[in-house]
Write a protein that binds this ligand. Sequence first.
Ligand code: UDP
Ligand code: MG
Length: 224
Amino acid sequence: MHNIVYSVVVPLYNEELVVKESYKRLKDVMDTTCENYEIIFINDGSIDKTRNITEELCNKDEKIKLINFSRNFGHQCAITAGMENSVGKAVIVIDADLQDPPEVMLEMIKKWKQGYDVVYGKRAKREGESFFKKFTAKSFYRLLKNMTSIDIPVDTGDFRLIDRKVCNTLNSLPERNRYVRGLVSWVGYKQTFVEFVRHERFAGDSKYPLKKMMKLAFDGITSF
Ligand code: UDP
Ligand code: MG
């Protein structure tokens, strides 16, 4: 029987410039909880050195699990695989590039301990992103909200904490082209949020080109 309290799920696609620093920051923050945790990296078919670097980290720290995909399946598939392979009582999904500040995980944990089942990160401000990215994101979240009866919060990505029971429910859904942030709203439970400032990427470029953004938007709209 394991005693893992937190599973931190981190998708990686060509993040060779980021993964070491990301691990360090996540570890520093999670160590302060003084509770047991696992970090699950999902290497989404990277074609740079992400796999080697992450395997090295894995060999040094038994808290790390690594899932290597056979090709690039996309962010939503990566976080889904992470959630399916997690065992913690709470699961936290966070981007690798430190745009989601790891320290905010502690605020999420606090709310979870107060009895919330889902704590999502709401972007109060976005720094270091292009006008185009901010404009398309803002418009898309509002468009989707107007199109659906499901209360999907605006300006919210996949940075969130979910309780084990929510994770199990999500894992049981048969959806293929998953819009995970929508599914989390759809399943219900006691939900709340913490606000944070989304920083600039630690290094490298966005791994979400227009084509991938459109697929995500399409999946969100057709699913909900
Ligand atoms: N990512 C992934 N597969 C992809 C694209 C992105 O696993 O096909 C990961 C990426 O490594 C990062 C997260 O998903 O951890 C969010 O991607 P990114 O930061 O590039 O998106 P943006 O913040 O620019 O929207
Ligand atoms: Mg990013």
